[in-house]
Design a protein around this ligand. Structure first.
Ligand SMILES: [Zn+2]
Ligand SMILES: [Zn+2]
Length: 366
């Protein structure tokens, strides 16, 4: 351990004593113990999970709640100032798409207005996903805590500390979204329990799947792939996704390939575990009914739509620091953390029931 760390609990090199993670739950017992944590269809709808529009269709609808906290009003900066030259200070937000915005002399085209998820400014794209003009995105990438951004410690409402070449949007809007095309659903009767996590990048069509990892209930990695987005990449979102532009350039699997691969082992009776799993299922365009979400299992003290972060839950419940490197999130680490959080909850439930009941056959070997 290096000796210049003052706050050991916050130090990424510090490995705290890890509570025993109960991985010895038999698979069938695990399914049984998970049953009362499976989200109801109503809860899934409220949380923003994709829902099948009609039986046997490939179309889904999604209801998106308004953002959980009011974001500060965007301040309009002089984008011609030297510090705002595209790419002059940016991070991964330079965009790997060598796009040329349409010139002002172009004929009138149909445009769609989007709200940037980073800076809240409005911007326009053509129906084909081209930007109508250059307009740099100036934003804070950190969370707000005690009226300050975690990225630069400046006050809420202050000028962004990070510049990216383009604005980006999520691909969804508050309220009803859809019909959304290209969704699949398991048809086989396979069972099993898997934890799943994805990472996404920004494309002209919004957030798209860039990477996926699936962990079996015994903690083994069973599937991991980079995915080639279907639309031009605007920003690889490296700071958060851990995806580098070259990962996307080298990816050969399409979303359709990944859907086919996953449905090789995910069936109608499979229980999928994740943290805010609705985002992953939307990215995968996967309709699934049996889901256990650590956001619901460990609710925020101020209740929904507030949610606790996976990082905070991991530190508090598992005593394990995650997402603390500069390389962004790892879907393998995040999926494994979600699985361990679920196992820990079942372990605690079993322990509390054991006080009331002399014998509990659900969980064995702990
Ligand atoms: Zn922006
Ligand atoms: Zn900042």
């Amino acid at each position: 351990m290096h000796n210049f760390c003052i706050n050991l609990q916050r130090c990424c090199f510090y490995v705290p004593p890890t509570p025993p993670t109960p991985t010895s739950i038999a698979n069938e017992d695990l399914k049984e113990a998970l049953k009362h944590h499976i989200l109801s269809p109503e809860r899934m709808w409220t949380l923003g999970y994709p829902v099948e529009l009609e039986p046997n269709s490939s179309k889904a609808v999604v209801y998106i709640n308004p953002p959980p906290r009011p974001r500060p009003l965007p301040t309009h900066w002089n984008v011609n100032a030297p510090e705002f030259v595209p790419g002059s200070q940016g991070d991964s937000g330079r965009g790997s798409w060598d796009t040329t915005p349409r010139s002002d002399s172009d004929e009138e085209v149909d445009t769609v207005e989007h709200t940037c998820v980073r800076c809240d400014r409005q911007f326009q794209m053509t129906a084909d996903g081209e930007f109508t003009k250059f307009d740099t995105c100036i934003y804070h990438w950190g969370r707000v805590s005690e009226s300050r951004y975690s990225c630069c410690k400046s006050l809420v409402g202050s000028k962004g500390c990070t510049v990216a070449r383009f604005h980006v949007w999520s691909g969804t809007r508050p309220g009803m979204n859809g019909p959304l095309e290209g969704y699949v659903r398991a048809r086989s009767r396979r069972g099993g329990v898997y934890a799943l996590d994805t990472e996404m990048c920004y494309t002209s069509a919004g957030l798209e799947l860039a990477s996926v990892a699936v962990i079996a209930a015994d903690g083994q990695l069973v599937y991991q792939e980079f995915v080639k987005p279907s639309s031009p990449v605007v920003d690889a979102n490296t700071r958060f996704s851990g995806i580098r532009p070259r990962d996307l350039a080298l990816a050969t699997k399409t979303l359709r390939d990944v859907q086919d691969d996953i449905l090789e082992f995910v069936g109608t009776d499979t229980i999928l575990i994740g943290h805010a799993l609705e985002n992953d299922l939307r990215a995968l365009k996967l309709l699934h009914s049996a889901v256990v979400d650590t956001c619901a299992m460990y609710p925020h003290p101020r209740s929904f739509p507030m949610r606790r972060s996976l990082r905070a839950l991991s530190e508090e419940v598992l005593g394990r620091m995650i997402q603390c490197g500069s390389a962004g999130h790892s879907p393998v680490e995040d999926a494994r953390t979600a699985l361990d959080l679920v196992l820990m909850k079942l372990y605690e439930e079993r322990a509390s029931r054991a006080i009331l009941q002399p014998y509990d056959p659900l969980i064995s070997g702990i």
